[in-house]
Ligand binder design. Sequence first.
Ligand code: MN
Length: 337
Amino acid sequence: MIFPLAQWLQAPYMLGAAALVALALLLLYLWLRRPRGGAQPVSSQVGMSAHDPRDEITQPLPVTIRPRVNTLSSATVRAAARTDKGRSRPINEDDTLLAELADSEGRIRTGLYAVADGMGGHDQGEVASRTAIEATIDALQVHPFFAESVYLEDSFSDNEVLDVLRDAMASANKAVYGVRVEQGSNLGTTLVLALVLRSKAYIANVGDSRAYLIRHGEARQLTEDHSLVERMVATGQITRAEARLHPQRNLILRSLGSDPHIDVDLFVEHLQPGDRLLLCSDGLTGMLADDKLSHLASAEPDLDKACRMLVRAANEAGGTDNISVVLAKVLDTDGHE
Ligand code: MN
């Protein structure tokens, strides 16, 4: 039974059809092998060494964190925090943040610290301060800057670091403003942030919570209060002593949540081993004179204990407001004071 195939092949029109199929297959083959511009598959970049075992290290690495130990220009840090309702407020509307990144030796090279003092009544202040703290850490921890800052110390300029802090404050403001609009309330919060990195403190502030640098037992206020009394002192209407007793001393002129846009004060401070950084709410500074604050924040070596002592002193002086403190100690690159 050979005739059907022979007959089929011999049919003159089938030769033409077979030639067309062959041509189509050739064109398809050439199309599949066409040179491509733009992105090449990774294997073609390796080219001639495609089967070389060293390819594994020539492939682009996924983003991994590699410890860099020899960073003499950078400080390490240790910190503690405490927040307290005080003696006359029914609830605590303050909040604090301690977020730290350690290197492979367990030394903390990046510390993010914050104090927020919420306001709004009917428990709303508590919501405002917590919202601000959570939004801040959310904004910063997804930023490659924060996640990798322990190992990429030289990669960012001071201005870039400050821009990141300003953006984090802006997201915190947006979050608090969103809650305020949603609830139709008048909640708001202060927020003071300190990022310790590369032997510097980067500070961002809105409101009347404060950051102090404590060096050789002396506390120096780094931030400026956005308060009515501070403005009255600046224009000479009242003295600083009068400001402490002014009936409107709690009135602040700038807070997170009051407006969709926010002006943020930014500061950079060089740190030395032995320095301390104190963030606190006005429940501390309204109760303690500067010399007492300086002494309590600097004398006690144990930071947890120092925080407890500061809070206790503010309570003993009246405790008329919520009291929050974050106290950080700057160590040298090897973790020594
Ligand atoms: Mn307060």
